[in-house]
Design a protein around this ligand. Structure first.
Ligand code: NOJ
Length: 542
């Protein structure tokens, strides 16, 4: 029987702050201009000192890099661009020795068109078991020249590509909800399920602490593959959030729970509203799923309070707080667009970076004061902004080509990090003869002042704000208690008290406000003049 006097123990990931390493752009150890495992390993002290609890590393697998590694050709090995399997094993161990956890991305919805299974499917022909691992279908029209249905790719253009059969004749079509180099796997096929269960075990056997599940809501398709023209706007699409997902995640949970290490399954699911995440978070499936409603909420007190309340009442703290990731415009830039606040903009007006910085400083104090876990996207702790003037010829995101250059895509948030103000490529890679290429995307010269070594020790810097907030969060917060008590405030102001005594106040009202009664100011995102909190400022009080 459980000992009622034993302290209530929550899992590490319940309140963890997890740092997203977008591998290609984090740090380059080899000197070829692309981030790699050696680069991550060398920066472990930086991450430990930042005060995060865990790293999430974006796909490190063998990949032709048609979508930055989200097109996997071998799930059990590391791409030579990033290192070797032995280096990955050593990185896992070194991360643990630094007192941090490490989770990796798993990409189950699709693989690469260079995966051996896809090559076998092309060679084997229609009706074969090899094709049954994917979604091959004959085309419509007299000669099969039209795609099997009207689905479009998330990256633009049709979601189907026609192949040439082994005999040279125009043949079947295959489904790809993303780029043509990313054929969708057929999760109705037991072989696909067994393969991914084996892949999970492969990495769990190597002591990985969990998985960020790419496109976790798209794996199961309506096998009738119906057209979606005229589909009701608010009805789930025939590839989205289908009941069959539950059995998959139940089996994954059983696997991860069978290991001694306490594992984490976090789903990437852009389901709106976030209450639609709840069925996957009931205890025997995923542990959490990113809180993208929070990410997309404009910088507006009432709307932020509403999404926080919705999160806490509908899914508890299971939906971790996240402001940015490698797929969206950096939040500093979003918050710097007067009137657009959060979310996306097709033809963005230039941001006010000073305003964006001010708001981003306040936003991280808000996120880190909320109960539950939070994610930090690399570079936000340096105050990096979205780079919106990358020359066309350097853009690598497949979205750019697939939309006929209408949408520039996500490279602007993937620009390599500046580590050293005075080094070539801001120290993204090594100096000297090892350096054979500069960073794979150009860094704005103005990032000199945002380099990690330039911010180190500067009390006013974003980096020191993050460090101080993470330090305080660890020492002061009662991380096992998820309650939050809203305080009465004027319009445009958020204030809540947390167990342990932390009082977080965020002023989005547009005018100075007096601080509520308090004993001490623990931390503030901007100087407090005469005890007043100026607009777009947050403070932690006790
Ligand atoms: C979500 C990933 O975060 C994104 O970068 C990728 O392009 C798509 N899934 C497809 O794998």
């Amino acid at each position: 029987m459980a000992d009622p006097a034993a302290p209530h123990r929550v899992s590490w990931h319940h309140s963890a702050v997890i740092y997203e390493v977008y591998l290609r752009s984090f740090a380059d150890g080899s000197g070829d201009g692309v981030g790699d495992l050696a680069g991550v390993r060398a920066r472990l002290p930086y991450l430990r000192d930042l005060g995060v609890d865990a790293l999430w590393i974006t796909p490190w697998y063998v990949s032709p890099m048609a979508d930055g590694g989200y097109d996997v050709a071998d799930y059990r090995d590391i791409d030579p661009l990033f290192g070797t399997l032995a280096e990955a094993e050593a990185l896992i161990e070194a991360t643990h020795s630094s007192g941090l956890k490490i989770i990796t991305d798993i990409v189950p919805n699709h693989c690469s068109d260079k995966h051996p299974w896809f090559a076998a499917a092309l060679a084997a022909g229609p009706g074969s078991p090899e094709r049954a691992r994917f979604w091959f279908r004959p085309g419509r029209g007299a000669g099969g020249e039209l795609p099997p249905n009207d689905w479009t790719s998330m990256f633009g253009g049709p979601a189907w590509t026609r192949i040439t059969e082994p005999d040279g004749a125009p043949g079947e079509w295959y489904l790809h909800l993303y780029a043509r180099e990313q054929p969708d796997l057929n999760w109705d096929n037991p072989e696909v399920r067994a393969e991914f269960e084996s892949i999970l075990r492969f990495w769990l056997d190597r002591d990985i602490d969990g998985f960020r599940i790419d496109v976790a809501d798209f794996l199961v398709k309506d096998p009738r593959l119906p057209d979606v023209a005229g589909w009701p706007e608010d009805a789930p699409k025939p590839w989205e959030a289908r009941d069959g997902l539950h059995a998959i995640y139940r089996s994954w949970r059983k696997i991860i729970d069978s290991y001694p290490r306490e594992g984490l399954l976090v789903g990437e699911m852009w389901l709106k509203p976030l209450t639609r995440l709840r069925p996957y978070l009931t205890g025997d499936e995923l542990h959490t799923a990113f809180n993208f409603d929070y990410l997309g909420t404009p910088w507006d007190a009432a709307r932020l309070r509403a999404v926080i309340d919705l999160t806490l009442t509908s899914i508890g703290t299971a939906g971790p707080w996240v402001l940015s990731n490698h797929d969206v415009t950096r939040h500093l830039t979003r918050y710097g667009r007067a009137g657009t606040g959060g979310g996306w903009h097709p033809d963005p007006p230039p941001p006010d970076l000073a305003l964006g910085t001010r708001r981003a400083r306040a936003a991280i104090l808000l996120s880190l004061a909320l109960p539950g876990s939070a994610y930090i996207y690399q570079g936000e702790e340096l105050g990096l902004w979205e780079v919106e003037d990358i020359p066309d010829e350097l853009i690598a995101d497949p979205i750019f080509e697939r939309t006929d250059h209408l949408v520039r895509g996500r490279d602007g948030c993937r620009v390599p990090l500046p580590w050293q103000a005075d080094a070539a490529g801001f120290g993204f890679g090594p100096a000297g003869p090892a350096r054979t290429a500069g960073p794979w995307l150009p860094q704005p010269p103005a990032w000199k002042s945002l380099a990690a070594d330039a911010e180190d020790g500067d009390r006013q810097s974003m980096l020191e704000l993050y460090r101080a907030a993470l330090r305080l969060r660890r020492t002061r917060d009662r991380l096992d208690d998820d309650t939050l008590d809203w305080q009465d405030t004027p319009d445009g102001v958020l204030a809540f008290r947390r167990p342990g005594g932390l009082l977080c106040v965020v002023n989005i009202s547009g005018q100075d406000i007096a601080l509520p009664p308090h004993d001490a100011v623990l931390l503030a995102s901007a100087d407090l003049a005469d005890g007043k909190l100026s607009p777009d400022t947050a403070a932690w009080l006790s």
